[in-house]
Design a protein around this ligand. Structure first.
Ligand code: URP
Ligand code: ZN
Ligand code: ZN
Ligand code: ZN
Length: 466
């Protein structure tokens, strides 16, 4: 069994910041000790990694990615191979991606298809949520079997009628099933029926630019759907996780539910914290790069998102990584914003952007780790294997340089997409070394990982309930 010692760093978890050394044996963390004690590990070590002047943090857990996702007649441009490699470069060592139930098909078909795409391809560990796009008696029964296989969360859409959309009856039934089998219901909360009316009206009036994507997806239609999802989950007695929250009015709904003591949780994404409607309104169709749903909001919404990240009314920051190239893919919507494939790349940038939030004074270092690693691991049943540095945990560890300056750019990123949503943004802090289950996969600008190293993770049920 290989032995690695990480020496001289500041170990940061969601609860502690300690000067300590870490002993990795094989794939797991064996011990954490004060440097004087840890000295005795060095003679027997195969590898000693010097972390002096660096943070030693758990690998990131990105609970929301869409590798190779079919959308709007095309596919997200990162495969499981390229996307998980980019994730590793950015300090993320686990993703939870979304398998999709085909309309008219079974959950099993969807899950098998996603295993076929991902198995043997991933550089880092991965799990799946299941998207329910056709809730009926059979799908409800199948949910129990999937939970037993470690697919313990199910996403439904109140948006995208005719594609992924579930009506309130379907949502309620799936939530009742989840209340029974312990699964977590994840919700894309936007009133898609109302939005589609506004889309048709906008197009008929000749409002076809990317910015109209943001204008028709009104913040109140996110708030309304969030409210409805909360009420339905309360009726069903099931916990609820609302994905990609962007509107201040939706945050208010979550805050109220949480103040009532409900098991209601919210996720936001870096794009809602660092980008805004102004990006969607960029001229010459460049706004298409910023089309995602829920949409980027006017910059005033950001203050409420930051506040909620501090009060825990938002508990997780995931990427919703769903890359489409500007050339040829985003361009499908030239002259009709409703045909622009929805999604923004970001799996490689999340850990750095959240560190920038520490530098900017929005959150503490421990909160950074909690939002990016520990809470997503607990939320999605991966803790304590993932999301922390502790004896017995998987040795998914990042040695992070808090002082290195970098400029985010498509010229230097590793995601398989022809633009970076944060192009030209300077950030302080950068990943130096990444271990995935004890194996060094990135070190000092060199990629040492391998497709197929990443293993499918059977997840427990949510470990974050109140
Ligand atoms: O625009 C987005 N978010 N695309 C990915 C699919 C989804 O709704 O999460
Ligand atoms: Zn969504
Ligand atoms: Zn509150
Ligand atoms: Zn998504």
């Amino acid at each position: 069994m290989s032995r690695t010692v990480i020496r001289g760093g500041l170990v940061i978890t969601a609860t502690e910041e300690i000067r300590a050394d870490v002993l990795v044996e094989g794939e797991q963390v064996a011990a954490i000790a004060a440097p004087e004690v840890a000295e005795q590990w060095v003679p027997d070590a195969d590898t000693v990694l010097d972390a002096d002047g660096h943070y030693v943090i758990p690998g990131g857990v990105d609970g929301h990615t869409h590798m190779q996702m079919p959308f709007g007649g095309t596919f997200a441009s990162d495969t499981f191979e390229t996307g998980t490699r980019a994730a590793a470069w950015g300090g993320t060592t686990t993703i939870v991606d979304f398998a999709i139930q085909p309309v008219g098909g079974s959950l099993r078909e969807g899950l098998d298809a996603w295993h076929a795409k991902a198995d043997g391809q991933c550089a880092i560990d991965y799990g799946f949520h299941m998207i329910l796009s056709d809730v009926g008696d059979d799908a409800l029964k199948e949910m129990d079997a999937l939970v037993a296989e470690g697919i313990t969360s199910f996403k439904m859409f109140m948006a995208y009628p005719g594609v992924f959309y579930s009506d309130d009856g379907q949502i309620l039934r799936a939530m009742q099933q989840a209340a029974d089998n312990g699964a977590l219901t994840m919700m894309h909360a936007e009133n898609g029926i109302a939005i589609d009316v506004l889309v048709q009206q906008a197009l008929a009036a000749g409002r076809t630019d990317p910015k109209h994507h943001g204008q028709v997806r009104h913040p109140l239609l996110e708030a309304e759907a969030t409210h409805r999802a909360i009420q339905l989950s309360k009726v069903a007695g099931a916990p609820l996780y609302v994905v990609h929250v962007s509107a201040a009015e939706a945050v208010a709904e979550l805050s109220r539910a949480r103040d009532d003591g409900l098991n209601v949780f919210g996720e936001t994404c870096p794009q809602y914290l660092f980008l805004s409607f102004d990006d969607l309104a960029r001229p010459e169709f460049e706004g298409a790069k910023y089309v995602c749903s829920t949409p980027l909001r006017p910059v005033e919404h950001q203050a409420d998102l930051w506040r909620a990240l501090r009060t825990n009314d938002l508990s997780v920051v995931s990427t919703d990584h769903c890359p489409f190239c500007f050339k040829d893919q985003k361009e499908l919507g030239l002259g009709d914003f409703s045909k622009i494939p929805n999604g923004i790349p970001g799996v490689e940038n999340r850990v750095d952007l959240l560190h920038q939030a520490v530098v900017d004074g929005h959150i503490s270092r421990r909160r950074w780790i909690e939002l990016a690693c520990t809470t997503p691991a607990r939320m999605f049943g991966l803790h304590p294997r993932k999301g922390t540095i502790a004896p017995g945990a998987d040795a998914d560890i990042v040695i992070y340089d808090p002082n290195r300056e970098q400029v985010l750019s498509a010229q230097t990123h590793h995601m398989n997409v022809d633009y970076n949503a944060y192009e030209g943004k300077p950030v302080t802090g950068a990943v130096r070394t990444v271990l995935s289950r004890g194996r060094v996969v990135v070190d000092g600008g060199e990629y040492l990982g391998q497709a197929g190293h990443g293993r499918f993770q059977r997840r427990d049920t949510c470990q974050y309930l109140i």
